[in-house]
Design a protein around this ligand. Structure first.
Ligand SMILES: Cc1cc2nc3c(=O)[nH]c(=O)nc-3n(C[C@H](O)[C@H](O)[C@H](O)COP(=O)(O)OP(=O)(O)OC[C@H]3O[C@@H](n4cnc5c(N)ncnc54)[C@H](O)[C@@H]3O)c2cc1C
Ligand SMILES: *[C@@H]1O[C@H](CO)[C@@H](O)[C@H](O)[C@H]1NC(C)=O
Ligand SMILES: *[C@@H]1O[C@H](CO)[C@@H](O)[C@H](O)[C@H]1NC(C)=O
Ligand SMILES: *[C@@H]1O[C@H](CO)[C@@H](O)[C@H](O)[C@H]1NC(C)=O
Ligand SMILES: *[C@@H]1O[C@H](CO)[C@@H](O)[C@H](O)[C@H]1NC(C)=O
Length: 534
């Protein structure tokens, strides 16, 4: 039927569909397709390449295409009835209208990087469908206006590439990982190596086009300032489907400098990291130094150690960088030999971990370099973690198979933007963010438990050293543990809501109540509306 449908005119198809299916109780997918044609403003739908039911032989490949967390692709994970790839905005509008009509639970996917698989797995409702925006990925850069319209299905790497193609001195401050979908990424904040100079991706959005719960397309003016506030940091999947962001580009110098300097425990990693914690948020705003922590083999003597890698981007040349480092962080011992001067777009590839000499065109493939079974968590730190606690951290890291931690510096512009400017509240007073990860390769779900236990124990161990009341977390590092009480039951949304958004959670709930009172856009941790008197 699929290939037949694609070659027919919509009108004829509707007649055919009505004739063959309407009388009998047709399947959900048949009813959905029928409804799509009626509601797609006569924009034809290439069904053969746009619609995948569970019994299509390509279903798994398509489901897995952009999904990042293999933990949510195991056979026991719930699967969507079908996956639909809109090729036109009106198909997204029709998807909302038809899901409502047929009482189908809808999930939307842009880049598929959700840590808890929320864009392609529903653990709370069945049946559900996935609307995947991968075919809506246009990018229109307007140098004169200093802005770009970017479509939700594009990756952030494609955005960087298209900006740099037009100008070597324009950039955009968003994620380090280049395969992130701009649809989901910017809805949660979007931080990266330019954040200390320019803030988050979400701080640099000036307009948007979304599909609301009634299937209408709204821009900033039409949705109003409350709704526009909520979509810039309030997390994906709660306030409508983003079709486009209009982003403001930022200036970058023609020459930037990158480096990675690694210290092991034997090379004084503990003392250097203690010092980094005191300076990282106070450094020159042009300098971003994150630290990647991993266990490693200790070399000839045997045993294990921990490596701390200082991975940095400086908006300027190497000589100036060396001066800044000499003044503020001489303990790292940075030398000119460690530094590479390059262009901003090549620095993007460097920070994303591509081998040197990889051409920037790799960004156009939109492929991710990271697919794992993993569990992650996050924390924000307001006072340096004492050396004794760092020692405890090393022990824990050395016990686990494949853990990873990243310390990500704040300060600079991040401190100047008020907490309530957008829903992302982690601003002045934050020294750095911690990300904890455990990765594994074994599909056997039984093998996940020790890793889940390990990361949860580590999280408990860190409690005294991180933000408190609430202990805050980054919504783009979605963590379903945060909504659970000790008995595994779910708690009030306020618990995770205040961790991700602090006081901004209240305003998010008010906006949600106004724009989606019946909670059509929902998932395990979507913003709830206040219950309505019916
Ligand atoms: C390897 C890796 C590296 C990362 N690096 C960074 C980083 O450097 N900086 C950073 O800030 N974050 C980073 N993240 C986190 C990332 O920002 C979030 O996972 C983000 O939600 C991904 O967006 P997506 O479109 O790829 O994901 P998806 O899984 O497609 O979507 C994420 C959520 O948003 C919803 N959503 C998706 N598209 C839309 C849309 N068009 N409209 C409304 N809601 C939508 C989904 O339903 C889901 O709830 C990283 C994640 C991974 C896996
Ligand atoms: C679709 O096309 C049919 C036949 O040409 C027309 O009657 C109908 O009004 C069109 N619908 C929309 C939404 O444009
Ligand atoms: C599966 O989808 C493909 C499109 O990718 C289509 O060509 C094929 O006909 C579908 N197969 C079935 C059995 O529906
Ligand atoms: C897929 O399964 C549905 C229902 O299970 C069935 O109606 C449909 O014909 C099947 N499609 C194909 C292409 O096999
Ligand atoms: C940040 O907080 C510190 C101390 O709490 C305060 O002195 C400083 O003025 C604040 N900075 C901004 C930009 O608000």
């Amino acid at each position: 039927m699929a290939s037949l449908a694609s070659s027919l005119s919509p009108v004829l198809l509707i007649l055919l569909l009505s004739a063959s299916f309407a009388a009998s109780a047709s399947t959900i997918q048949e009813q959905f397709i029928q409804c799509l044609f009626v509601n797609s403003q006569n924009i034809s739908i290439p069904l053969a390449t746009a619609f995948f039911t569970q019994n299509n032989s390509s279903f798994s490949t398509v489901l897995e295409s952009s999904a990042q967390n293999l933990r949510y692709l195991v056979p026991s994970a719930p699967k969507p009835e079908f996956i639909f790839f809109p090729v036109h905005e009106s198909h997204v509008q029709a998807s909302v209208i038809c899901s409502k009509q047929l009482r189908l639970h809808l999930r939307v996917r842009s880049g598929g990087h959700d840590y808890e698989g929320l864009s392609y797995v529903s653990q709370i409702e069945s049946p559900f469908i996935v609307v995947d925006l991968a075919k809506l990925r246009s990018i229109n850069v307007d140098l004169k206006d200093n802005t770009a319209w970017v479509q939700a299905g594009a990756t952030i790497g494609e955005v960087y590439y298209r900006v740099s193609e037009k100008s070597q001195t324009h950039g955009f401050p968003a994620g380090l990982c280049t395969s992130l979908g701009v649809g989901g990424h910017i809805t949660g904040g979007a931080y990266g190596p330019l954040m200390r100079k320019y803030g988050l991706g979400a701080d640099n959005v000036v307009d948007a086009r979304i599909v609301d719960v009634n299937g209408r397309i709204l821009d900033r003016k039409a949705m109003g300032e409350d709704h526009f506030w909520a979509i810039r940091g309030g997390g994906g999947g709660s306030f409508g489907i983003i079709l486009w962001w209009k982003i403001k580009m930022v200036p970058v110098p023609p020459t930037v400098t990158v480096f990675t300097v690694t210290k092991t425990l034997e090379q004084g990693a503990t003392k250097t990291l203690y010092k980094w914690q005191q300076v990282a948020d106070k450094l020159d705003e042009n300098l971003f130094i994150r630290v990647i922590l991993q266990p490693a083999s200790a070399g000839a003597k045997g045993g294990r150690t921990v490596t701390t890698s200082y991975n940095a981007l400086f908006l300027g040349g190497a000589d100036e960088l060396l001066q800044v480092m000499q003044e503020s962080f001489p303990e790292l011992g940075l030398t000119k030999k460690d530094c590479t001067e390059t262009s901003w777009i090549k620095a993007v590839l460097y920070i994303a971990g591509y081998p040197s000499e990889t051409p920037p065109e790799v960004l156009l493939q939109g492929k991710s370099t990271f697919k794992n079974y993993f569990k992650a968590k996050s924390d924000f730190v307001k006072e340096p973690i004492p050396e004794t606690a760092l020692e405890g951290l090393w022990e824990r890291l050395m016990e686990e198979d494949s853990p990873l931690m990243v310390f990500n510096p704040y300060g600079g512009m991040m401190s100047k933007i008020p907490e309530s400017a957008i829903p992302f509240p982690h601003r002045n007073g934050t020294l750095f963010k911690i990300q904890y990860l455990s990765l594994w390769k074994d599909a056997d779900t039984g093998k996940a438990k020790p890793h889940m236990d390990w990361i949860r124990n580590l999280y408990n161990f860190m409690a005294p050293y991180v933000s408190k009341l609430p202990r805050t977390a980054y919504v783009n590092y979605r963590d379903l543990d945060l909504g659970m009480n000790n008995n595994g039951g779910s708690e009030d949304a306020r618990v995770w809501g205040s961790k991700y958004f602090k006081d901004n959670f209240n305003r998010l709930v008010r906006v949600k109540t106004k724009v989606d009172p019946d909670n059509f856009f929902r998932h395990e941790q979507s913003i709830p509306p206040l219950s309505q008197p019916h």
